[in-house]
Write a protein that binds this ligand. Structure first.
Ligand SMILES: NC(=O)c1ccc[n+]([C@@H]2O[C@H](COP(=O)([O-])OP(=O)(O)OC[C@H]3O[C@@H](n4cnc5c(N)ncnc54)[C@H](OP(=O)(O)O)[C@@H]3O)[C@@H](O)[C@H]2O)c1
Length: 232
């Protein structure tokens, strides 16, 4: 297949499950060289390689640790694209009862994790390559009990636009997903109100990461893939 990702090296941080592994599978199918990282990715090397279906490299590091990021990036070497899909450990909660420690840890993982990873990875990213971060529609759309995720996503989208200017010609974009399967029955039911009447799959969302890596004239953009959920 004729694709700009053939033989390109893509580091997917948060690639050991969910959206990240779906991106790994899709990009690998297009001939890209896949490097998967997460806190426990190397421990799962065999299973991840089987899931992706091609030879991959795996590295374990925590995006909240500057030292771990630095050590791993030295081993990984130069890359063409950086995709970040790390998920913070936080559940929806009413503002009045939010555990502030958990809220700060979530910011530390998803916002500062993406920020410091990009800062350190920068010198090894191909100038014709790109960075794709992950946000989510909470932020653009206000949901009850999602205040922490909303501010993290909004801050990340602002970071994306700032870096698109500062880091050019390296392109910097964001994927903003809505509701991705599997989800509880109640969410499936809620999704019937969306313009497109359903939640989506990680495989479908992965197409957006691929688009942003391949689209050589797109930068500073957040691509929403939510079936119209933010509009209701
Ligand atoms: N799924 C959805 O419905 C949805 C909707 C909107 C937005 N999003 C956003 O999309 C992103 C990905 O979500 P997902 O559903 O794909 O999550 P997921 O399946 O839980 O995967 C999260 C990944 O992040 C890694 N990770 C977590 N903390 C880390 C850390 N401190 N350092 C390094 N790696 C870390 C995990 O591996 P280890 O445990 O090995 O570290 C795993 O590879 C998140 O930012 C999420 O907020 C998801």
């Amino acid at each position: 297949m004729n694709t700009s990702l053939k033989n390109k090296k893509i580091l997917i941080v948060g690639g050991s499950s969910g959206l990240g592994i779906a991106v790994a599978k899709h990009a690998s199918g297009l001939g890209a060289k896949i490097v998967i990282a997460s806190r426990n990715a190397s421990e799962k090397h065999g299973a991840l390689g089987e899931a992706v279906g091609h030879n991959i490299e795996t590295y374990s590091f925590d995006v909240t640790s500057q030292g771990e990021i630095s050590t791993a990036l030295k081993k990984i070497g130069d890359i063409d694209h950086l995709v970040i899909t790390v998920r913070p450990n936080i559940n929806p909660a009413p503002f009045e009862t939010i555990d502030i420690k958990l809220a700060k840890e979530a910011f530390e993982t998803k916002f500062w994790g993406q920020y410091q990873l990009i800062q350190q990875a920068l010198k090894g990213i191909n100038r014709k390559g790109s960075i794709v971060m992950t946000t989510g529609i909470a932020g653009e759309k206000i949901f009850n009990n999602f205040s922490t995720m909303a501010i993290i996503n909004s801050a990340t989208e602002t970071l994306c636009r700032s870096l698109a200017i500062e880091l050019a010609p390296i392109r910097v974009n964001v994927v903003s997903p809505g509701f991705v399967a599997p989800k509880p029955e109640a969410v499936e039911e809620y999704a019937k109100k969306f313009p497109l009447k359903k939640i989506t799959t990680a495989e479908k969302v992965a197409e957006t990461y691929i688009y942003l890596m391949e689209s050589s004239y797109t930068t500073g953009t957040s691509v929403v893939i939510d079936g119209g959920a933010r509009l209701i």
